[in-house]
Design a binder for this molecule. Structure first.
Ligand SMILES: NC(=O)c1ccc[n+]([C@@H]2O[C@H](COP(=O)([O-])OP(=O)(O)OC[C@H]3O[C@@H](n4cnc5c(N)ncnc54)[C@H](OP(=O)(O)O)[C@@H]3O)[C@@H](O)[C@H]2O)c1
Length: 265
């Protein structure tokens, strides 16, 4: 590390996990620079706020010009609005793909255009939703799956190509107590089995602070490339079925949509 104090940039700083991470890194003595689309956010633990849409190479440069030690790409969007039949809407697909997938990739690729004289950790916040596709969150799942694939596929190239200075690392939270944890319910029958399962998962979800503490412990382990908060066995099983039996998995989604979606009634 170049300085005693880490310089940590966190996108989505106004959100539940962004704030908890900001506080946690401030606590260890880091200088925390937050990124938001708004210029209204203030916090005692925040050294600086960068206001930007996070959609251009100029935005990437503004972050990299800070010469950070750590960039946490935490900003993320869910499908809050859907079509009359539950279908994804074009403007949401574009915006979710940009912030959840394209923008993290742009930051990573931008970092390769510079030479780094100190380690740079670029940590993407994924999701255990990347385990498999889902009719109940098709765009969110796809964007997080793509992020996971890019990070694991391109990460080793970036690491070797930067003489081991750039490390693309991925942290996959499960549900966190927040609005976003409710992401998949807008396509479910209210009070139905799927809805009840989600309710239970959200009720048992850890707080942003708990996840930030877990993240921080994971972050300090130099051998940890991918980490996350407990993926349930049901998610692991779904991942296996999707990977090994894609046609069966598709049929399972058709069945689940028929049984649990409020649009198929
Ligand atoms: N909460 C969960 O249950 C859960 C589970 C798994 C993974 N995650 C992941 O964890 C991360 C943080 O989640 P969270 O619960 O803290 O969410 P959150 O409270 O909704 O915060 C997300 C932040 O991202 C920024 N953002 C949203 N849409 C954006 C867009 N289109 N362009 C730029 N910035 C945008 C917003 O910041 P500004 O409005 O200030 O720009 C927002 O405060 C996300 O990547 C999420 O996918 C969350």
């Amino acid at each position: 590390m170049k300085n005693k104090h880490r310089k940590v940039v966190i996108t989505g700083i106004t959100g539940v996990l962004g704030q908890a991470l900001g506080k946690r890194f401030h606590q260890e003595g880091a200088s925390v620079i937050g990124v938001s689309r708004s210029n209204q956010f203030e916090a005692p633990w925040l050294s600086q706020l960068l206001t930007m849409d996070q959609d251009s190479s100029a935005d990437v440069d503004r972050i990299l010009d800070l010469d950070p030690d750590v960039i946490i790409l935490n900003a993320g969007q869910i499908e809050k609005e859907i079509g009359d039949h539950g279908e994804p809407l074009p403007q949401h697909v574009a915006s979710i793909n940009r912030i959840n997938y394209q923008w993290p990739c742009d930051v990573a690729m931008g970092s390769m255009n510079r030479s780094w004289t100190h380690p740079l950790d670029i940590i993407a916040i994924g999701s255990i939703a990347d385990c498999c596709p889902s009719s109940f969150g098709p765009v969110y799942h796809s964007s997080k799956i793509a992020l996971h694939y890019f990070w694991t596929g391109a990460g080793p190239i970036f690491h070797a190509g930067s003489r081991q200075q750039i490390r693309l690392r991925l942290y996959r939270p499960g549900a966190i107590k927040s609005d976003l944890a409710w992401a998949p319910v807008n396509r479910l029958i209210e009070g139905g089995k799927g809805h009840q399962m989600r309710k239970k998962r959200v009720a048992a979800a850890p707080s942003g602070e708990q996840v930030a503490e877990h993240f921080h412990r994971w972050f300090l382990n130099p051998n940890a490339w991918v980490g996350g908060w407990g993926e349930p066995i049901s998610f692991k099983s779904l991942r296996m079925i999707f990977g090994c039996f894609p046609n069966l998995f598709y049929k399972m989604q058709c069945w689940a949509w028929k049984k649990q979606s409020r649009f198929s009634q």
